[in-house]
Design a protein around this ligand. Structure first.
Ligand code: HEC
Length: 174
């Protein structure tokens, strides 16, 4: 019994020393240019999806606000989101090229996620990635507007997006 205990304690100590070795040796490469191994990538995506589902389950979406809400959401998207998330039919924004993980196409996200899930991600961001928590910048009402806009993306053709951009002027610079 004593030997088992001693082996366990020594094993645990070695694991802690090993972990400290990895942390302080600088061997782990934190560069955003390193691609995650497929298994790690799978684990990160599965963890993200399950976490968003769980945390968003008690959020109730307010009733939809129609065209005016979508337009306000478009303004928010253009001001705060396009630098990372590609608008329909456009090439990837320059800054987004260096993101790891990359910022996903919101068309797919809007198809697969409920309004509550889109709201939760927008509000809280995603840790260890470039996705900011917008609660620090936007009000809940503004984030629901952004959700309303995202929900129109799956039906939006590049020409529709161009038309929106022409019709709705840019907000004055603050
Ligand atoms: C600085 C870059 C950046 C900006 C700006 C940004 N995002 Fe993101 N966003 C990301 C990244 C990177 C991810 C992917 C994280 C991951 O792979 O786990 C992401 C993920 C998301 C997701 C989840 C998609 C999915 O498939 O799970 C949503 C929804 C989203 N962003 C909405 C927004 C909205 C709305 C805005 C603007 C208010 C915004 N983002 C601004 C980088 C950004």
């Amino acid at each position: 019994m004593k030997t088992v205990l001693a082996t366990l304690v020594i094993g645990a100590l070695l694991a802690v020393l090993g972990a400290l070795g990895v942390v302080y040796s600088g061997l782990f490469n934190v560069a955003a240019t390193v691609e995650d191994a497929p298994l790690l990538r799978w684990a990160l995506v599965a963890t993200r999806e399950a976490s968003i589902k769980r945390h968003a389950r008690d959020i109730h979406a307010p009733p939809p606000g129609g065209v005016a809400q979508v337009e306000t959401g478009f303004r928010i998207y253009r001001e705060w989101c396009v630098m990372c998330h590609v608008p329909p039919g456009r090439p990837g924004p320059p800054m987004a090229k260096g993101l790891n993980p990359e910022a996903p196409d919101l068309v797919e996200a809007a198809e697969e996620m409920s309004p509550a899930e889109l709201f939760w991600v927008t509000r809280n961001g995603i840790r260890f990635t470039g996705m900011p928590a917008w609660a620090a910048t936007l009000s809940d009402a503004q984030m629901w507007d952004a959700v309303a806009f995202m929900k129109t993306l799956p039906q939006m053709k590049p020409a529709d997006y161009d038309a929106l951009e022409r019709r709705i002027p840019l907000a004055p610079q603050q």
